[in-house]
Design a binder for this molecule. Structure first.
Ligand SMILES: [Zn+2]
Ligand SMILES: [Zn+2]
Length: 287
């Protein structure tokens, strides 16, 4: 398979990691308010990826009202993980062709490929062709998403870096805003998100479908706001919780549940779950 380097992705990734790692060393000098801002932004951008890009736009597992969509759009743009249209297309292909040659981050090609290696290369022709057949009309029909996609390379750095710098300037720590609440926070969130493609396709239990690579991984759910229940998610991708129930580390599901209560979300789709399997791949309980 002929591959060529994705130079713009390599440049962006290099910059995020260079300044992100430098940001680690800046933490002791950063203002306390800057640290708090970095943590708050980690959660807001993270929940916008999981609740917005993933469960709402990619899977339509529930309907987010426009104010909630705007929240998701704003903070997911701040995460620098790609435009909504780009992210969702890749994610829909991932589910349709999971862990095959047509999956952009096919976990059968190894841990590093599925984690970050896939971002360094242009997609092969076969994946680009498969992408054309992925239904995307719902996203292209949204003028706001098209606008975000068109100007993403300009809007994203302004929101991701410009906003933290401006806010941290209020307490005289613009450098901390750039290095800690900007680059370091982006780098940590990026790896938490990418871990679902790597760790959650490698190590953990498979209680729902033993014939696929995705697994259940509680540790990942802590960092990725409830996205670690990946065996369940691949078995029942349209379930709004992306886990069997709410009795687990699923901050995203708790947010969606709360948004439904206050009228910002509706039409939560629930999977009819067949009996989970035990570690041996056998049915462990009846449902
Ligand atoms: Zn997956
Ligand atoms: Zn998914």
């Amino acid at each position: 398979m002929k591959v060529s380097l994705n130079k713009s992705n390599i440049a962006v990734m290099s910059m995020i990691h260079l300044f992100g790692i430098a940001g680690i060393f800046y933490v002791p000098q950063a203002a306390t308010s800057t640290i708090y801002l970095a943590i708050i932004l980690y959660f807001l951008t993270g929940l916008s990826i999981t609740g917005g890009l993933h469960r709402f736009w990619s899977h339509r597992s529930y309907t987010a009202k426009r104010p909630l969509q705007l929240f998701y759009l704003f903070f997911s743009t701040m995460a620098m993980v790609g435009s909504t249209i780009w992210w969702c297309r890749d994610h829909r292909i991932h589910h349709k062709y999971s862990d095959t040659e047509l999956d952009p981050h096919n976990a059968r090609r190894g841990f590093w490929w599925s984690h970050i290696g896939w971002l360094f290369f242009e997609k092969p022709a076969a994946i680009r062709e498969a992408a054309k057949k992925i239904p995307m009309d719902d996203l292209y029909g949204d003028a706001l998403l098209k606008l975000q996609h068109k100007y993403y390379q300009w809007i994203s750095p302004v929101l991701a870096l410009g906003v933290p710098v401006a806010l941290c300037s209020l307490w005289n720590d613009p450098i901390g805003g750039l290095m800690v609440a900007g680059f370091l926070r982006i780098m940590l969130k990026l790896h938490a998100t990418l871990s679902i493609n790597s760790f959650a396709h490698a190590w953990g239990r498979k209680p729902y479908r033993s014939d696929i690579l995705p697994v259940e991984n509680h540790v990942l759910s802590l960092f990725a706001h409830g996205e670690g229940y990946h065996n369940f998610h691949h078995a029942y991708q349209y379930d709004w919780k992306a886990s069997e129930n709410l009795k687990c580390l699923n901050l995203t599901a708790w947010l969606i549940w709360f948004c439904e209560k206050i009228g910002l979300a509706e039409g939560l789709k629930e999977a009819k779950i067949r009996a989970p399997l035990d570690n041996m791949g056998l049915v462990s309980k009846t449902s």
